[in-house]
Structure formats: structure tokens, C-alpha cells
Design a protein around this ligand. Structure first.
Ligand SMILES: NC(=O)C1=CN([C@@H]2O[C@H](COP(=O)(O)OP(=O)(O)OC[C@H]3O[C@@H](n4cnc5c(N)ncnc54)[C@H](OP(=O)(O)O)[C@@H]3O)[C@@H](O)[C@H]2O)C=CC1
Ligand SMILES: CC(=O)N[C@@H](CCC(=O)OP(=O)(O)O)C(=O)O
Length: 341
């Protein structure tokens, strides 16, 4: 399958390029940045020297004429671009035979009013939105397999939904208690653009987006339950650790909790159910999600810890899982064994 990456100079785009380069069935075509990008014409390996000798693609400025042709020139198009760019371009990219995988948040929420409240701009692409399938790869495989357009989940929602959906699916959650999700992300979650908040001397462990982060409606929509989600910025580069507390229905047994997670993930190669609460070092640079839970039948509370690399399972490798599924391949094709660096 011939693929291209738009937004290839970004943190998630560069990871996508690396994964595609190693993929047995996907071939990398062009890599794009915005029309006015200062990086247009640069080899990607100049921005990411670790890719020297691995990837020899040159970044191209994307203009409207090129954009119109991509939908016909490629089998798969990955959008690793800001929400507004993805929002503006998806319809044109969907006009041909190509399948489109969008890593932004532009098409994850079906409620356009909620979208506008959290993303700060009007959603004017209802047709594309209607075609979008949510790319939580372990949960929506049948829909993804038939999809032409996949909205790849955000990093925090990936860690949060992988942790909670087994309990929701098994109807074990006490409806009178919102799941409480506290997650800490490395600074790469904010993207490659330098700002004061992600400047080395400014970053310190801190909660943010309290009671108002745009991932709250995304998590709630796909869990089917309201949640209290609080992100934290951690002073490290990569990785997300989410610690979730859920109150279960009265009388739920430990065996029922165990069965919920085994039923959900025992046949899912990219999710590892681990015996100890996961450390970020175990997943950074890896395409896996590590999950651990501990249940107190006495109190009815379960604590789930989930760990991912925000740029991989939280973005690029989940996008590749979705592309695998959409092209009839096994979800883990090209993803096990290809580590970062
Ligand atoms: N970082 C993370 O952990 C995750 C990020 N995401 C999402 O993935 C997307 C990319 O994120 P990330 O890689 O961190 O972002 P970066 O800021 O690191 O990269 C953004 C990329 O898009 C390009 N770009 C910016 N504006 C435009 C435009 N108008 N047209 C075309 N290209 C443009 C940038 O290059 P240039 O500006 O030079 O054109 C760059 O290549 C975002 O939507 C983000 O929300 C999803 C999951 C995880
Ligand atoms: C540390 C940090 O800033 N993280 C980003 C989440 C990045 C991400 O993955 O979310 P989207 O895919 O929805 O952009 C944030 O809190 O907005």
C-alpha cells in the first residue's frame, strides 16, 4: 500500500514515517509540511538525525494543487497535523480512493456543539464527520476494517479507554459514581512547536485542564459514562501513565473483573495485561499499552493503571493498527519488534 504522511516533521508524523519505513506492506511516498513551513525542502533526517540512514524522505510544502491529487495518488494518507488543518483538508483527501487516518481531534466527536466548545472553532465538515470511524483499535475493529476515514484517538483517551472499557462493556460500573482518571503525560504530548509551557526550564509536574480538558468528552463518549479526567504535565519527554479509580456495582467479584479484562484483551497483541503496575520505561519507544488492575471487593473500588508511549500507542502506532485493519492485515503487522531508536 502506497502511503503519505502530512505533518511529517512533527513528533507523531516522524514516528509514523519510521513505522511505515519498517512496515512489510506499506511503502512511504511523499512527506509533507505546511505550504509556508520553514522545514520545506529539508530532509526529515536533518530534523531527526536518529532517522539518518533509515529514512531519506525530503519534506515537501503542501499546496492546494498537490492536496487535490493525493486522494487519487495514494492508498493511505496519514494526517499528523493540527486539528484545524485536518478539519480543513479531510474532505478533499476523501474525494478519491485513498483511505485517510487522522491523528488530530477534528473528527473524534460526533457532537459538533461539544466540539466547538472544546476545540474553539466551528466544525463545518458534517459529511466527513459522518464518514469518520473512531480508531480505538482493540474496540472498533469491525468498523475500522470497513472504514474509509478513521479518527485516531488522542493519547490520553487511548490510555483511559483501554483501562475502563472492559468494565463498561461487562456492565460492572456503578452508574452512581463517575470513573476518576488522573493521567500524566510527557512534554512531547504538546507537540514539537516550542512554547513557554513546554520549555525545559519551565516544565514542572502540574495538573491542567481541570474539569475542562477536551479529552473529557471524548473519553465519556466512547466509554458511555461521564468521567472526571485530570491531565498532568510531567517533566519527562515521552509516555503517559493513567491511574483510574472506578466504583463497581455491589457484589461484583474479583473473578468478574478478571474475566472482563481477559475477554477484552487476551487476543489483543498490542495490549499487555501485566502483573505489576506498569512503569513508563516499559512502554516508551514501544507500540504496546500495559494495563494492570487491583480490586477491593470489600470497598467495591478497582484501580487500573495504564501506560503507553503517547507518540506510539497514543498516536502513530495506533494509526498503523487502524491502517492494518482497514487493509485486511492483522492489527499488529509491522508493530512488534520495531522499537524506537
Ligand atoms: N503529541 C502527541 O502525543 C499526540 C498528538 N496527537 C495529535 O496529532 C497531531 C500532530 O501532533 P504532533 O505531532 O504532536 O504535532 P507537532 O506540532 O509536533 O507537528 C505538527 C505537524 O503538522 C505540520 N503543520 C502544522 N500546521 C500545518 C498546516 N496548517 N498544514 C500542514 N501541516 C501543518 C507541522 O509542520 P509545519 O508547521 O512546519 O508545517 C508538523 O509537521 C495533532 O493533531 C495532535 O493533536 C495525537 C496523539 C498524540
Ligand atoms: C502534554 C499535552 O499537552 N498533551 C496534549 C494532548 C495531546 C494529544 O494527544 O491529544 P490530541 O490527539 O487530542 O491532540 C493536551 O493536553 O492537549
Amino acid at each position: 500500500m502506497k502511503t503519505c504522511v502530512i505533518g511529517a516533521s512533527g513528533y507523531t508524523g516522524a514516528e509514523l514515517v519510521r513505522l511505515i519505513q519498517h512496515h512489510p506492506k506499506f511503502t512511504l511516498g511523499q512527506t509533507f509540511v505546511s505550504e509556508q513551513s520553514a522545514d520545506a525542502g529539508q530532509p526529515l533526517s536533518v530534523l531527526y538525525p536518529a532517522l539518518n540512514g533509515i529514512v531519506n524522505t525530503q519534506l515537501e510544502a503542501l499546496n492546494d494543487a498537490t492536496l487535490a491529487s493525493l486522494a487519487h495518488d495514494y492508498d493511505a494518507i496519514f494526517l499528523a497535523t493540527p486539528h484545524q488543518a485536518s478539519h480543513d483538508w479531510a474532505s478533499q483527501l476523501l474525494a478519491g480512493s485513498a483511505k485517510v487516518f487522522d491523528l488530530s481531534g477534528a473528527f473524534r466527536l460526533q457532537d459538533r456543539q461539544v466540539f466547538e466548545r472544546y476545540y474553539g472553532f466551528q466544525h463545518t465538515q458534517p459529511h466527513a464527520l459522518g464518514q469518520a470511524v473512531y480508531g480505538l483499535a482493540e474496540w472498533y475493529q469491525e468498523l475500522i476494517a470497513k472504514a474509509k476515514f478513521v479518527a485516531v484517538p488522542g493519547c490520553y483517551p487511548t490510555a483511559s479507554l483501554l483501562a475502563t472499557k472492559p468494565l463498561g462493556h461487562a456492565d460492572l460500573l456503578d452508574p452512581n459514581h463517575f470513573p476518576i482518571i488522573n493521567a500524566t503525560s510527557g512534554v512531547s504530548g504538546a507537540g514539537r512547536k516550542a512554547t513557554m509551557t513546554n520549555s525545559f526550564c519551565e516544565v514542572s509536574l502540574q495538573a491542567y485542564g481541570i474539569l475542562g480538558h477536551r479529552h473529557t468528552p471524548e473519553i465519556s463518549a466512547y466509554l458511555g459514562s461521564s468521567v472526571i479526567f485530570t491531565p498532568h504535565l510531567g517533566n519527562f519527554k515521552r509516555g503517559i501513565l493513567a491511574t483510574t479509580v472506578c466504583k463497581l456495582k455491589y457484589g461484583v467479584s474479583a473473578d468478574q473483573v478478571e474475566a472482563a479484562y481477559l475477554n477484552a484483551y487476551s487476543s489483543q497483541p498490542m495490549v499487555r495485561l501485566v502483573a505489576q503496575s506498569p512503569r513508563l520505561d516499559n512502554v516508551v519507544g514501544q507500540n504496546f499499552a500495559d494495563l494492570h488492575w487491583q480490586y477491593s471487593q470489600e470497598t467495591g473500588y478497582v484501580v487500573i493503571t495504564s501506560a503507553i508511549d503517547n507518540l506510539l500507542k497514543g498516536a502513530a502506532s495506533q494509526a498503523v493498527q487502524c491502517a492494518n485493519l482497514a487493509f485486511g492485515l492483522s492489527t499488529s503487522t509491522g508493530l512488534i519488534g520495531s522499537q524506537h531508536g
